[in-house]
Design a protein around this ligand. Structure first.
Ligand code: ATP
Ligand code: MG
Length: 161
């Protein structure tokens, strides 16, 4: 079954870096580079038609913003996997400061995204959810552990809470 991965994370939290490192074979759907919703939809349709794995590499901070991607993925028989970038606003702002040109966004925009950030939940339709943490050694990917959002193997994981 092909997979759609949906990223959630504020600007400069490392989403695109994660995609390059872990999902390099996936078609990357990124609104900043595609520019318009029309082009985004076309790129998604093309990937769906070819049955390719794809990753939605936007900030996707709210359930509302994630909903349409999850809906489309399910409609096409895809598995939907969510990756949440654990991040501290000040660290993201600091990393953003090091960026050049268009890649650099106003610090206020990062704070605004942070304020509306909603943790993803399996209730949204995710089949699997993961935390991604940046460590000195690089990125670490962990299975989601919040009680309301067990996806698979919830029963056996209850012990870990
Ligand atoms: N493990 C890491 N440790 C420290 N810095 C990192 C790490 N991974 C990526 N970075 C740096 O953090 C910055 C942000 O990464 P990235 O561009 O992947 O974020 P993003 O979430 O895709 O941001 P945006 O939403 O603006 O596209 C980059 O400058 C990148 O070099
Ligand atoms: Mg990015």
């Amino acid at each position: 079954m092909p997979t759609m991965a949906v990223m959630t994370g504020i600007q400069a939290s490392g989403k695109s870096t994660f995609c390059r490192a872990y999902l390099s074979e996936y078609v990357r759907i990124n609104l900043d580079t595609l520019h318009t919703r029309n082009k985004e939809n076309s790129a998604m349709e093309e990937a769906f038609c070819a049955g390719k794995n794809m990753v939605i590499d936007n900030t996707n901070p709210t359930a509302e913003e994630r909903r349409k991607y999850i809906f489309k993925a399910k409609e096409h028989g895809y598995k939907v996997v969510g990756y949440f970038m654990q991040s501290r606003v000040q660290e993201c702002i600091a990393r953003n400061e090091l960026r050049e040109g268009k890649a650099k966004v106003p610090a206020k925009a990062i704070a605004a995204t942070s304020h509306k950030l909603e943790l993803p939940s399996c209730k949204e339709g995710f089949d699997e959810l993961y935390f991604v943490c940046m460590t000195d050694a690089g990125m670490a990917v962990e299975k989601w552990k919040t009680p309301d959002s067990f996806c698979r193997g919830g029963e056996e994981n209850q012990d870990e809470l």
